[in-house]
Design a protein around this ligand. Structure first.
Ligand code: FES
Length: 168
């Protein structure tokens, strides 16, 4: 296995020792094949809450990929994200079926009850709201993901309830 540890300044390595240990642990669980990339990133997101640039570099190094490869996966899968998120993360699908069947009203209510805009986290750190591309629930549009669990035919009232439950 190649390693870029030597390429990372000692100070940065020291500061990110826990992160690097987490990545190495996940690599030991999932392996170094390209197919391990998603489970490693998922595991990292659940452990660290944020996938930083350093994390992307180290994961790329461990799997023999480029940072751009890893970043592409992180960007494609909205739930991986690179920003810290709230305890509950709500992704609303913005793709065509959902857009045609009431997503706008759901998002308007969501922004209203949380007091933040899409892509933001409430100041109490409880709820993050963001967009997703099609999540495969087009027959049940508009659809959303709440902590990656699908919510079908979501209405403005239902999304408000979800936020209330998340803040309880
Ligand atoms: S378009 Fe929204 S789930 Fe497919």
């Amino acid at each position: 296995m190649t390693t870029l540890d030597g390429a990372i300044p000692a100070e940065v390595r020291e500061k990110n020792a826990g992160l690097i240990a987490d990545i190495d642990d996940l690599v030991s669980i999932h392996g170094t094949e390209r197919s391990a990339l998603l489970p490693i990133l998922e595991g990292l997101k659940s452990r660290r809450d944020q996938i930083t640039d350093i994390a992307i570099q180290v994961v790329a190094d461990r799997l023999g990929l480029t940072p751009v490869d890893v970043e592409g996966v992180v960007t494609f899968y909205h739930f991986l994200g690179t920003e810290p998120t709230g305890d509950t993360v709500i992704h609303v699908c913005r793709t065509i079926s959902c857009a045609l069947l009431g997503m706008d009203a759901v998002v308007k209510r969501l922004e209203n009850v949380t007091g933040v805009s899409m892509g933001e986290t409430t100041p109490d750190g409880k709820v993050t709201i963001d967009w997703a591309n099609c999540i495969g629930m087009c027959d049940f549009a508009p659809a959303a993901l709440v902590n990656r669990e699908a919510v079908k035919e979501v209405t403005p009232d239902r999304i408000a309830e979800i936020v209330t439950e998340a803040r309880a």
